[in-house]
Every structure is written in C-alpha cells, then in structure tokens.
Ligand binder design. Structure first.
Ligand code: FES
Length: 112
C-alpha cells in the first residue's frame, strides 16, 4: 500500500471532556502543536516548543510504557511546575509517531 499513511489514534482528556484524536506520523511538529490545533487552549505552549515554559505539560498513559522517556532538560522544566512523576511530559517534546497510538493524554487543568 504505497503512500498510505498509518492512522495514529489516541485519547485526550481534560476540562471534563474526552476527545478522540486521529493524526498521522509527523503530521504536526510535536504534540503541543497538535493539541493547540485540535483543541484550542489559551496559554498552552507559551515558549513555542523550546522546552522552557512547561505550560504544555501533559500526563501520559501509554501502552507498553512508551512515551515515558524524557528528553534532555525536560525533567528540570517540569520540576519548575512542582510536578513529579514519570508520566508528566512536556507535550512539545513528544513527536507524532506510533508510540502515541492508543495512548491517553491528560491535560491537567490545574496547571493552566
Ligand atoms: S511549549 Fe514551552 S515547554 Fe513546551
């Protein structure tokens, strides 16, 4: 099936809502950009994806424990928000690929 892109499907929860999101590998630069496009959120991703502001923080539950490897400096940015825990990630450091398939991404509303 040349040229057919595999659909990546995952769930986003937040603000008392649950959304099913479908995308393709690398359709967006990263998960923060995708969330801003699909679910408008004021003040989400303020630093534009540089990994500095932590306004794009999400809590990740992924099948097989994927998506839980932090990028360089990510943990120190997250710690500024007083969050600990392996499942807290900066969504701007998560790329759109198969590891997202079946994941649940929670947007903690106490951070916004
Ligand atoms: S957009 Fe600022 S840390 Fe992700």
């Amino acid at each position: 099936m040349n040229g057919e892109r595999k659909v990546i499907s995952f769930t986003v929860t937040g603000f008392g809502e649950e959304y099913t999101v479908q995308t393709y590998e690398n359709e967006y630069r990263n998960l923060m950009v995708l969330l801003n496009d699909k679910i408008y959120m004021e003040d989400f991703g303020q630093c534009g994806g540089q990994g500095r502001c932590a306004t794009c923080l999400v809590e990740v539950t992924a099948p097989g424990g994927g998506l839980l490897t932090h990028e360089r400096n990510e943990q120190s940015t997250i710690a500024k928000k007083g969050r600990v825990g392996q499942n807290a990630r900066l969504s701007c450091q998560i790329f759109i690929n198969d590891a997202l398939n079946g994941a649940v991404i929670n947007i903690p509303d106490d951070l916004l």
